[in-house]
Design a protein around this ligand. Structure first.
Ligand code: NI
Length: 180
């Protein structure tokens, strides 16, 4: 188990289409554990996908209960959306890879997902409301899509330019720290 660095946009590793896992074995379970540790360490994180820690595998974790009750981690591999509602929902989203930026995104109001769980069992889950939004957001990560990609090109470019600037400043300030 390890707490890892979350990759911040813009970064080519966030644009990759991730590969399915053959099965949920000990290696994939270790990845799920790392994702959970990393997500819980980040403030307000309720979902994290493997590409966000630089692993191009179709694995993600979600915990909608964080900060409230006992943790209720959902560990998901190879998710497939097998049904979506006609009804849509618009909600303000954020992302650990796009810090301090929030925007309204339109998504399906309910979805049905088939996936492999922590024990490599095939499961189906119907989700609506915020869980449905979260699942669609995290599955997007596995396809190299960020929530800002749902915005107009103009808005998206403003955000990504801002992110690039913040990253550059961070790198420069790190470079000034003497290394011994
Ligand atoms: Ni995200």
């Amino acid at each position: 188990m390890a707490q890892l660095e979350i990759i911040v946009a813009p970064d080519p590793r966030l644009k990759v289409k991730s590969k399915s896992v053959k099965k949920v074995d000990d290696d994939v379970r270790a990845l799920m554990d790392d994702l959970l540790d990393t997500m819980y360490a980040a403030s307000n994180g309720v979902g994290l996908a493997a590409p966000q820690i630089g692993v191009a595998k179709r694995v993600l974790v979600i915990d909608m209960a964080r900060g409230e009750e006992a943790p209720q981690p959902l560990c998901i591999a190879n998710p497939e959306i097998i049904w979506t509602s006609d009804e849509t929902i618009v909600n303000e989203e954020g992302c650990l890879s796009v810090p301090e930026y929030y925007a309204e995104v339109k998504r399906s109001a309910a979805v049905k997902v088939r996936y492999l769980d922590y024990e490599n069992e095939i499961r189906e889950m119907e989700a609506d409301d915020f869980l449905a939004i979260c699942i669609q957001h995290e599955i997007d990560h596995l396809d190299g899509i960020l929530f800002v990609d749902h915005l107009s090109a103009l808005k998206r470019n403003i955000v990504l330019r801002k992110m690039a600037k913040v990253k550059k400043q961070l790198t420069e300030s790190e470079a000034k720290v003497p290394t011994l």
